[in-house]
Structure formats: structure tokens, C-alpha cells
Ligand binder design. Structure first.
Ligand code: UGA
Length: 434
């Protein structure tokens, strides 16, 4: 099939690459010329394991192209997949301006009836609104398909090629069938719904996972005061198939470009229809608290942080990505510097992006060893493999004081107990002080 993908962010790029991999002719369109030039040279603008290899292989096979030309991408194309960003607007609602622009472009450049697939995360009713917008501005008919995306950054290719499910929401049977056909080589279970249900499935899924994380974080905080171990508790809970093992890792809160904005957008939609949804408000409140928890723990331990050298290991919102959007390292850095601490951070790939957001209020180290040198305490912020496999005992010898606040429960108890002298403060588990 001949497919155009509009937008080359995480979702658009991974989708385009994977659709070409299963044999379709894909043209990816973006207004950012620099990004398109990079992609044409086989360079991925984002850090995503496995993406670059598939990108080059499919470009070489002639199935994948990149362009800034709307004519090239949108004319004579039977399927247009829209994967532009829908960032958080000022009032918490999703900002649809990129999507509206995409719809306007589509109405100008299509020259036949076309299937429009909305992959961007959009509030309920947006597919209807986009259909009207396009058809009001051109003389062709569009068949809308809501096809939300469930890929995670860091495992985008795997999540697309081996998805748990594909949601196809459409009022048009023929269009739904066509999109089902497009995905058939993936052999993934397909659920066909109305467009509104498909739009809701995306928000309901992300908000549920965010709530699951806030729930386990709250259980962790309770575990800490009663002396239980949240990892054992999560293990015990997760074996119940009705609960499930995934997303029960307690830590320093969810971040990234999706959960924070989608929970707020769903709350906004509920409010617009007069539904209060207090559960979501609590999910957000717990997460806000959790994001600064390590600073509260450090303040409790030291009394004050003025002049303390704090090593922050990890900056990205999660491992295997250089994405800093809504990363807990941002509020943590702000709070630490506000209390007068000197922060030296290390991240295997996100330092450059972090500097653009956090700026020079903290220092950026080129290695773990440099960051922890003479530090009064270490904060573990992102669970990169490189950080999980640190030789803890050796690291402690480089520090001024052997104190670790582990926001991701990276180290097994035996590793910590093998250290000669240590103060280890994990999340939702008893501290170990030797
Ligand atoms: C999330 C969803 O998992 C995807 O299904 C969805 O497609 C995507 O949003 C999106 O809407 O585009 P992503 O933001 O890439 O994916 O990251 P996740 O792996 O879900 O992690 C989100 C946050 O939750 C991270 O900050 C992570 O550290 C945190 N988390 C995750 C926990 O604190 N505990 C857990 O057990 C799991």
C-alpha cells in the first residue's frame, strides 16, 4: 500500500519505519528541513534502539522516503497517517494546533478520496472535527480512522512490531477493513470500535497506567513507615493476573511526554462534561509529591543542603531515551539548587538535552566517576543499565560520605550489605545503614 506519514516524531517515525519494514511504500513528511535531511542520510533525530538500522535498510530497499514536500507526500496517496504532536495547552487541554495545520495541508493537497488515520493522541470527538475541517475545505471525501499508538520510547520498534493490540476506530467499515489489511503482516490482535471509543481507549489506558504507578508509589510510602518492602509487595500483588506485574515499580514518579499531559487532558475533558474524576486529581498530586521525594529524604538526613555536593545519576525521564520532557530530574535539580546544594549530574545520553532545560544551574559530568567524586550523597534518578551495574562499594570509596538515595531501587540488598560502610535509602523499603 502507498502510505504517507505526517510528522516524524517518535510515533510517526517508528510507524513509518515499521510499515515500510512489513512491505508498504511509505513517505514520511515533516516541515522541519534539517530533520528530513538528517533522516535522508540515515540518521535518526531521536535515540531509539534499533531504529536507525531499520531506517537505513528500508530506505535502501526503496520502501521508505522522507520529504518536506506536501505535494510529494499527500497527492495520489490512499492512506495518510497523522502523527503530529498534541502537546499540553495552557489550560491542561490537548493543544490541537499542529493537527489543525495538518488537516489544512491535507485539504489543500489531496487529489482523491483518502483514508485519514489519526495516530496522534486526541480528545474524544477530534476525528469528527478533523473530518469536517478537511471536507469543508476541499471537494474530496475523507474516511476517518482513529488508530491510537501504544508504543513506549526506548522500545518503540518492538512495541510496534509486537504490539499487544491494534485499535481501529471508524464509522466507515471499508476504511476499517483497509487499515486492518495494512497491519495484517504484523499478526497482532485487532479491536474494531467507534472513533470515539478508540480515542477514549488511548487516554483511558495511559491514565490507568499512570494511576497504577501513583498507587504503587503511595503503597511504597506506606511500606516505608510500616517497615514493609514495596518490591516484595508488588511481586506478591503482580502474580494475581487481575492485577498484573507490569507498572508496579515504585520510584520517583512518572514523567515523559505522555502520561503527565494525557492524565491532565483526560481530566480536562471530564471537567468540560461536568465529570469531576477525583481519582485523576490524586494521581497527579501523588506524582508531584513523588518527584521531589529524594530531596525531602536528603533534607531529613542532612538537616540542610547548603554547600553539599550531590551527584545525580541519570537525567532522562527513563532509560534508553534522551528525552527530558517532564523528567523528575528537572524538579529535583530545581529543589536541590534552591536549597543551596551543588549538583553534578551524569547521564549516558541525555546531558545535552538536559542542559537545554535545566541550564547551567547544575554541572554535567562525563562519567559516573567524575559525578560522584567527593560527593556528600548520590541520588539515583534513572535506572540505566550502566547505573544499575555500578560497583557500589568502589563508588562509595570515591565519595566524601557513603550516602545513596536510590529513587529507582536499582541495587539488590546483598550488594548494599556487602559494602563496608554505607547509608542506603531506597523507595518503599527499609533503609540499610552499616
Ligand atoms: C507511555 C505508554 O507506556 C505507552 O503505551 C504510550 O504509547 C506512550 O506513553 C504514549 O502515549 O505515547 P512512555 O511515555 O514512552 O510510554 O514511557 P513508559 O515506559 O510508559 O514510562 C512512563 C513513565 O512511567 C516513566 O517516567 C517511567 O519511569 C514511569 N514508570 C513506569 C514507573 O515509575 N513505574 C513503572 O512501573 C513503570
Amino acid at each position: 500500500m502507498k502510505i504517507a506519514v505526517l510528522g516524524t516524531g517518535y510515533v510517526g517515525l517508528s510507524t513509518g519505519v515499521c510499515l515500510s519494514q512489513i512491505g508498504h511504500q511509505v513517505t514520511c513528511l515533516d516541515i522541519n528541513e534539517q530533520k528530513i535531511n538528517q533522516l535522508r542520510n540515515g540518521i535518526s533525530p531521536i535515540y531509539e534502539p534499533g531504529l536507525e538500522e531499520l531506517l537505513t535498510a528500508n530506505m535502501e530497499a526503496g520502501r521508505l522516503r522522507f520529504t518536506t514536500s506536501q505535494t510529494e507526500a499527500l497527492t495520489q496517496t490512499e492512506i495518510i497517517i497523522v502523527a503530529v504532536g498534541t502537546p499540553q495547552g495552557e489550560d491542561g487541554a490537548a493543544d490541537l494546533s499542529f493537527l489543525v495545520q495538518a488537516a489544512k495541508d491535507i485539504s489543500i493537497f489531496i487529489n482523491q478520496d483518502t483514508i485519514i488515520v489519526i495516530k496522534s493522541t486526541v480528545p474524544v470527538g477530534t476525528n469528527d472535527f478533523i473530518k469536517k475541517l478537511i471536507e469543508d475545505h476541499c471537494c474530496f471525501k475523507v474516511k476517518m480512522v482513529s488508530n491510537p499508538e501504544f508504543l513506549r520510547q526506548g522500545s518503540a520498534i518492538e512495541d510496534t512490531m509486537k504490539a499487544d493490540r491494534i485499535i481501529i476506530g471508524s464509522e466507515n467499515e471499508e476504511a476499517a477493513r483497509k487499515i486492518h489489511e495494512m497491519y495484517r503482516p504484523l499478526h497482532v490482535p485487532v479491536i474494531v470500535t467507534s472513533t470515539k471509543s478508540a480515542e477514549m481507549i488511548k487516554y483511558a489506558s495511559n491514565a490507568f497506567l499512570a494511576t497504577k504507578i501513583s498507587y504503587i508509589n503511595e503503597i511504597a510510602n506506606l511500606c516505608e513507615v510500616v517497615g514493609a518492602d514495596v518490591q516484595d509487595v508488588a511481586r506478591g500483588m503482580g502474580k494475581d493476573k487481575r492485577i498484573g506485574e507490569a507498572f508496579l515499580n515504585a520510584g520517583i514518579g512518572y514523567g515523559g511526554s505522555c502520561f503527565p499531559k494525557d492524565v491532565k487532558a483526560l481530566l480536562h475533558t471530564a471537567g468540560a462534561y461536568g465529570v469531576k474524576f477525583p481519582l485523576l486529581k490524586e494521581t497527579i498530586a501523588i506524582n508531584d509529591y513523588q518527584r521531589e521525594l529524594l530531596v525531602l529524604k536528603a533534607l531529613k538526613r542532612f538537616g540542610g543542603l547548603k554547600g553539599k555536593k550531590i551527584a545525580m545519576l541519570g537525567l532522562a525521564f527513563k532509560p534508553e531515551t534522551d528525552d527530558m520532557r517532564e523528567a523528575p530530574s528537572i524538579p529535583l535539580s530545581a529543589a536541590l539548587t534552591k536549597y543551596g546544594a551543588e549538583v553534578v549530574a551524569y547521564d549516558p545520553v541525555a546531558s545535552e538535552n538536559a542542559r537545554k532545560i535545566i541550564g547551567d544551574s547544575i554541572k554535567y559530568a562525563g562519567s559516573i566517576a567524575e559525578a560522584v567524586d567527593e560527593a556528600d550523597a548520590v541520588l539515583i534518578v534513572t535506572e540505566w543499565n550502566e547505573i544499575k551495574s555500578i560497583d557500589v562499594a568502589e563508588m562509595l570509596t570515591k565519595m566524601k560520605e557513603p550516602i545513596i538515595f536510590d529513587g529507582r531501587n536499582c541495587f539488590p540488598e546483598e550488594t548494599i550489605r556487602a559494602c563496608r560502610s554505607v547509608e542506603y535509602y531506597p523507595i518503599g523499603k527499609p533503609a540499610i545503614i552499616i
